[in-house]
Design a protein around this ligand. Structure first.
Ligand code: NAP
Length: 490
């Protein structure tokens, strides 16, 4: 397989607009304010981008409102073809987009390239869904009345995304919104605005009409977003981020009864039974723990391993994790890039210190390296106490915390003893147990003998305080459509 040749981040940066994208034009923020975008591998500032004010937010919303009626009336095939062209453009430019993502977020280039392909796939999937929006016709039970059932776009949407998957979290929302005929304002995370600005450029090139997508980068999310949600013009909020911020936004949606989709935090259990294929389980653990340096909502947060295989599993995992190369994501051969920022790394350090103070043993890693950049080594902890803070906190870093269990009822009870319910992983060769566990775990998704569940064709989302609604799959577009029933007496 040939190695892709990634362009230099500086060259890609020069091609991306640093302005707000509103009504099809690139404009400065009010007062010309800007904010820095930093490289987490060096701590140095890559560039400045526009820092929107509440007035800029209102301008973006007005553009989305103005474009809504015409966009809803645009032929589904036309909407579909714009998405298809954008899908192709992302793939054509996957190396450049990867270089950009690595520069602003830190993940290794190969992973960033994987994200570009994953992100593009949402556009291909929803280009196919745009022309399959159904409706209905029925004779009512009384035999006289008829029912027409229409699907209509919900209207202007607000999309808020996190920094950990800067491109894919955008396409997972923009794809179904475009397909459904909604206009939108996108507010990306301030750490990673460049991927979203590049994406806006690609959609513009693919023929997306002015005002359908508006991108507002800001360091004042609360001030910009709250008036949009309470004002009554936004008809839908699609949010991906922490549960804590999700709760605040749900409260802000209440006064104007704004529809919401919430993709929130996780606390995934990773369960290995005594009959599991340990090669498969360790491979799955590497994927579920180390994808994105552990900075994923789907990251395995708590490993529960049957007592009879725990030592061997921990030893194998520690050897695999210890062999990973840590360094700047742009350096060839690096497997583990920096964490997003100093605060993110301090959180990981504190969680590890707390677990160790409660008796955990460090098999590998566990100490912060000197030097610039927010690096943290792959770390395996065994003998973790259930009272440790990491049992109830998303680690969001490359730390595998291993506990043991003796029987199925016990592990189900401990795994479910959390407010979150995004995903769970189960490793066993017994079919009945696999199905039983899939039913018993209180989660929206289960990885059975696999550490990867994300797929644009599958409904992604959680239960309990991990979220509301689903993204992707056949149901992903439903989040952006309303039913309208027309009564027809004949
Ligand atoms: P976050 O702090 O909740 O921020 C997410 C987004 O919300 C950012 O754009 C942020 O901008 C914005 N935001 C924060 N406060 C806001 C407010 N008061 N009003 C409007 N917007 C506000 O989360 P994060 O640290 O970026 O991302 C990590 C979290 O996302 C983790 O909990 C992870 O599990 C979750 N996540 C979930 C999924 C999923 O599909 N379930 C996928 C990926 C990530 P500012 O930073 O400027 O405040």
């Amino acid at each position: 397989m040939s190695t892709p040749s990634f362009p230099a981040a500086a060259d890609v940066l020069a091609t991306v607009s640093k302005k707000l994208y509103i009504a099809g034009s690139w404009s400065d923020a009010a007062g010309g304010l800007t904010m820095p975008v930093d490289d987490p591998a060096t701590g140095e500032t890559l560039c400045e981008v526009a820092d929107a004010s509440p007035a800029d937010g209102r301008r973006a919303l007005a553009a989305a409102e103005d474009a809504q009626e015409k966009w809803a009336a645009t032929a589904p095939r036309a909407r579909s073809e714009i998405l298809r062209r954008a899908y192709e453009l992302i793939l054509e430019r996957a190396d450049a987009l990867a270089a950009l993502m690595t520069a602003e977020m830190g993940k290794p280039l190969a992973e960033a390239r994987g994200e570009a392909a994953y992100a593009a796939e949402f556009f291909r999937w929803f280009s196919e869904e745009a022309v399959r929006i159904d409706g209905g016709f029925a004779t009512m039970p009384d035999g006289r009345n008829r029912m027409l059932l229409m699907r209509r776009p919900v209207g202007p949407c607000l999309l808020i995304t996190p920094w950990n998957f800067p491109l894919a979290m955008g396409t997972r929302k923009i794809g179904p919104a475009i397909a459904a005929g909604c206009t939108m304002v996108l507010k990306p995370a301030p750490q990673t605005p460049l991927s979203s600005l590049a994406l806006a450029g690609i959609l513009e090139e693919a023929g997306l009409p002015p005002g359908v997508l508006n991108v507002v980068t800001t360091s004042r999310a609360g001030e910009v977003v709250e008036p949009l949600l309470t004002g009554g013009q936004i008809r839908k909020l699609s949010f991906t981020g922490s549960t804590q911020v999700g709760r605040t936004l749900l409260a802000q949606c209440a006064p104007a009864v704004v529809r919401t989709s919430m993709e929130l935090g996780g606390n995934a259990p990773f369960i290995v039974f005594d009959d599991a294929d340990l090669d498969v389980a360790v491979e799955g653990a590497m994927m579920a723990k180390m994808r994105n340096m552990g900075e994923a909502c789907t990251a395995a947060n708590r490993f529960f391993v049957h007592r009879s295989v725990a030592a061997e599993f921990a030893d194998r995992l520690a050897r695999r994790m210890g062999a990973l190369e840590v360094g700047p994501g742009s350096r060839p051969g690096v497997d583990v890039g920096p964490l997003i920022d100093r605060a993110g790394r301090e959180k990981v350090e504190e969680l590890v210190a707390d677990a160790v103070a409660r008796g955990a043993e460090v098999l590998v890693g566990g100490s912060t390296p000197d030097g610039p950049g927010c690096f943290y080594p792959p770390t395996v902890l065994t003998g973790v106490d259930t009272a440790s803070r990491l049992m109830e906190t998303e680690i969001f870093g490359p730390v595998a915390a291993i506990l043991t269990f003796d029987d199925e009822d016990e592990v189900v009870a401990t795994a479910n003893a959390t407010e979150w319910g995004l995903v769970g992983y189960v490793f066993t060769r017994e079919l009945n147990r696999a199905l039983r566990m899939s039913e018993r775990l209180e989660v929206g998704m289960v990885g059975l003998n696999t550490g990867l569940v994300s797929n644009p064709a599958a409904p992604f989302g959680g239960v309990k305080q991990s979220g509301l609604g689903r993204e992707g799959g056949r149901v992903g577009i439903d989040e952006f459509l309303e039913y309208k029933y027309v009564a027809v007496p004949v």
